[in-house]
Design a protein around this ligand. Structure first.
Ligand code: GAL
Length: 412
C-alpha cells in the first residue's frame, strides 16, 4: 500500500466506517453538474498497469498492451486509454526542470510512446502527483504545475492520473486538507484547460480521506467542478475482499456522479489469478452498475477466452457507458443480496442482484421494489442473454459471490 502517512491509519478503517462515510455524504450531495472540460462524458475505459504490474513496467509493456487491445477487439469496444502509472520517471528533474522518463525503461521517450499509442487509434495516459513526490518518490508537480502540464501536452498526453502522496499542506497554514487539495488540484485543472489538448483529469483526494466523513464530504463538494473522475477507495488488489471493500465504499456515492464526473472504484482485476470467474464477472457487473471507469490491469495479450468474454460483454459495457450517467443505487437488500438499480437514457433500467454471501441464494422480488410501476416488462439477462417477460416478479438463482444483471424494458 502506497499511500501518504496521513492515509495509513485509514487503511485500518473497517467497512462499517466506509459505509457510514458513504451514507453520511450522500445525504449532502450537491446538485447534478456537467463535465468541467466537456470530456469523459461516459466513464473512461482502457488499461492501467498498476494493480497487476506495479513498478514492473517498461515501454514494451505499453506497446504490447496497445497492440493487444486492438488485436483482441477490446479497443473497438471502447477500451481506448493506455495509462502508465507511477515509476516511469527518473528520481530527479533535468537541469532545465523537466520531468524525465527513465531512459532504461523508456528508451524511446514518452513522445515516441504517445505517438505509437496514437498510431493504434488509442489514447495515451500518464501518472503524476501534485505533492512534493509521487507515492514511489519520483518528483511531484508541486511548484512546477504549468511547466509539467506543458511537458505532458508536448508528449501527446490525453489523460492525467494525478495522485496526492506527500501533499504540500505545510505551504498553506490555516487551511485544512480538503482546502489545500482544492487549491492544487484546481491549479492543475486550470492548466490542463489551457494546455491546448483534451486531457481527461483523474484525481485522488477522496481516497485520502476515505473513512473520515467530514473531510470526505468537503472534498466531494468541489471535486466534480475540477476533475473528470476521482478515486473513492483504497488501492484495489487481486482478491474478492478487496473488490467487495471498494464496492462498499463506492456504492453509496451515486449522488456525486454525473456525465463527465465519475466515482472511480479503481481498476478491474478481471484476467488476474486471485478470483474465480464468477467473482471477476461480479466485479465487472458491479463496476458497470456504478458507472465506474473500466480500466483493465492484467496482461491483455494473455487474457483467457473466459476473461476476454467478460470484458467484451457489450450489454454490460453499455450499462457502464449509458449516456444518462446515473450511477446505480441499492434499492433494497434481501439478506446478503444487494439489489441495485439505475435508470438508463432510453427509459430502461439496469438491475443487478448481488449475492455477497458464501452460499448460493434464490431471490425473487416485486418490480415495485426496484421503483418500477406495475406493468409488463421485458427482462434481458445480460450474462446468459436469456429474454423473459414479467408483470410482477423478478428473480434469479445466484451463485455465491455472483451477480445477475438485467436490462428491464417496459412493454407498451
Ligand atoms: C497509489 C494509487 C495507486 C497507484 C500508486 C502508485 O496512491 O492509489 O493507484 O497509482 O499510488 O504509487
Amino acid at each position: 500500500m502506497l499511500r501518504v502517512k496521513s492515509l495509513v491509519p485509514l487503511l485500518a478503517a473497517c467497512l462499517s466506517v466506509a459505509l457510514f462515510a458513504a451514507s453520511a455524504t450522500a445525504a449532502a450531495a450537491p446538485p447534478a453538474r456537467h463535465s468541467y472540460n466537456g470530456l469523459a462524458l461516459t466513464p473512461p475505459m482502457g488499461f492501467n498497469n498498476w494493480a497487476h504490474y506495479e513498478c514492473k513496467l517498461d515501454e514494451q509493456l505499453f506497446v504490447n498492451t496497445a497492440d493487444a487491445l486492438v488485436s483482441t477487439g477490446l479497443a473497438k469496444l471502447g477500451y481506448r486509454y493506455v495509462n502508465i502509472d507511477d515509476c516511469w520517471m527518473e528520481k530527479q528533474r533535468d537541469a532545465a526542470g523537466n520531468l524525465v522518463a527513465d531512459p532504461k525503461l523508456f528508451p524511446h521517450g514518452m513522445k515516441w510512446l504517445g505517438d505509437y499509442i496514437h498510431s493504434k487509434g488509442l489514447k495515451f495516459g500518464i501518472y503524476e502527483d501534485v505533492g512534493y513526490l509521487t507515492c514511489q518518490k519520483a518528483p511531484g508537480m508541486y511548484g512546477h504545475i504549468e511547466h509539467d502540464v506543458r511537458t505532458f501536452a508536448s508528449w501527446g498526453v490525453d489523460y492525467l492520473k494525478l495522485d496526492y502522496c506527500y501533499s504540500p499542506d505545510d505551504r498553506y497554514p490555516g487551511k485544512n486538507f480538503p482546502q489545500v487539495a482544492h487549491i492544487v488540484y484546481g491549479e492543475v485543472s486550470a492548466a490542463l484547460l489551457k494546455s491546448g489538448r483534451d486531457i481527461v483529469f483523474s484525481c485522488s483526494p477522496p481516497a485520502y480521506v476515505f473513512g473520515k466523513p467530514k473531510e470526505f464530504a468537503e472534498v466531494m463538494s468541489w471535486i466534480g467542478s475540477v476533475c473528470n473522475l476521482w478515486r473513492t477507495d483504497d488501492d484495489i488488489f487481486d482478491a474478492w475482499k478487496s473488490v467487495v471493500a471498494n464496492y462498499e465504499g463506492n456504492v453509496g456515492l451515486a449522488n456525486y456522479a454525473f456525465s463527465g464526473g465519475w466515482n472511480d472504484a479503481d481498476m478491474l482485476e478481471v484476467g488476474n489469478p486471485g478470483m474465480s470467474l464468477t467473482e471477476q464477472q461480479s466485479q465487472f457487473s458491479l463496476w458497470a452498475m456504478m458507472a465506474s471507469p473500466l480500466l483493465i490491469s492484467t496482461d491483455v495479450a494473455k487474457l483467457s477466452p473466459a476473461a476476454l468474454k467478460i470484458l467484451s460483454n457489450q450489454d454490460v459495457i453499455a450499462i457502464d457507458q449509458d449516456p444518462l450517467g446515473q450511477q446505480a443505487e441499492i434499492v433494497t437488500k434481501i439478506g446478503v443480496v444487494d439489489v441495485l438499480s439505475r435508470p438508463l437514457a432510453n427509459g430502461d433500467h439496469a438491475v443487478a442482484l448481488f449475492n455477497k454471501g458464501d452460499r448460493a441464494e434464490k431471490i425473487s422480488l416485486n418490480v415495485m421494489a426496484i421503483g418500477l410501476p406495475a406493468g409488463r416488462y421485458r427482462l434481458k439477462n445480460l450474462w446468459s442473454k436469456q429474454i423473459s417477460e414479467t408483470r410482477r416478479m423478478l428473480g434469479a438463482n445466484l451463485p455465491a459471490h455472483g451477480v445477475v444483471m438485467y436490462r428491464v424494458s417496459v412493454i407498451r
